[in-house]
Design a protein around this ligand. Sequence first.
Ligand SMILES: [Zn+2]
Length: 436
Amino acid sequence: MHFWLLKDFYRREGDKLKIQVLGAAREVGGSCIAVSTDRGKVALDYGIKLEGPTDEYPKNFDAIIVSHAHLDHSGSLLRLSQSKNKQILIGSKITRDVSVDLLKDMIKVNEFNGTPIGFDSQTADQLKSSWVSSESMDVLDMNIKLYSAGHVAGATMTSLHSGGKSLLYTGDFCFHDTEILKGCNPDLLPKEPDVLISESTYGGTVRPPRDELIDQLLNEIKGTLKHRGNVLIPTFAFHRSQEMAKRLDIAIENGTLPNRNVYMISKLARKITTVFNSYKDLFKQETPPSAKPFEYRHVKEVERITDIDEPAIVVCTPGFGHAGASLNLLNKWAEIEENTIIITSGYLPPDSPLKLAKDKRYVKIDGERYPVQAKIVQIELSGHADQKQLVELVQRLKPKRTILVHGDLNQAEALSKQIEELTDVCIPEKNETMNL
Ligand SMILES: [Zn+2]
């Protein structure tokens, strides 16, 4: 299975493509893959780990291709300001704008927590000056093309051609449409690449159909409102909160949900919603199309939890419930039986308040534990491909070789078993190098 791996690589005449997985090997977080040709070197993503310190990646790249704005794909970009080498950054325009907003937020949060990371928001803004957004471009001897990946606004897959060899990197992707975004269309992707580098986050998971999950979500909300309970939906500021607000807005508009107090509380989400409104062509259009697709009809955007009239449905950040409105409302509402807390993320960090509330049934306020009486449900509305879609990608593209990244080893191995008849599969270790 690993016959084409060459560890301890040294460059030889005739080598066309060298691939080194610098991050997100056998785990999720810290995505970074170096691709070198005879003349140049690019990085596919430049992220940070979700927990714990991230390795310093090399900075000697000609270009860095940022698949999307999530920090596990873009969070190390600030470190490039320390480099003498001037790389260009490649990615969609909305990825550029949202990445800068998320990096600024990361700087702020770290300062607030007393662990400053040594960069200011000006450094984040400066990234824009080296950003190139084009669907097709040449970098030295490499031709690079970007394809829509679904997942979140602006997410792209990258195809790279050099010296007769071809590579496709998925970044994070999904085929399914959501209320606001079209999924990746596999018909548009280049077929039979020499190597496919695919995410494998849910390589071992087959999810129920999305319509069923949405029905479950709306039924939980309706059931709670019937008992005059509150619904808390902690979510992520980028894309997921806009998607959830739009979902509720549509459900109220078409009568599926009763018209009650629905709020969104998140300064960061509001900032990103402004960016979304300036790229309205990226999103699914309503008929008739509205000037600002993310101006909600029924969801009120408020600043503080004191602005809420109960009972209410509240979409708020952060998604893991460890700070801000999510934490305050969790602490306030978890003790009341009539309330429901809906978790839409598949992953929760261990010891995060939402994880403790769900699994250990308590919340911690000023060091004291209080039992959770509210109903807590997890309805995974993911922007990632599940195993079915990941296998479909391989069936459609017919890559000679497939490298699985961005997935825990058990997920990647489960996927590997499903596709090993179709393609040579490799689940590389960190820093492992492969030659084409
Ligand atoms: Zn992502």
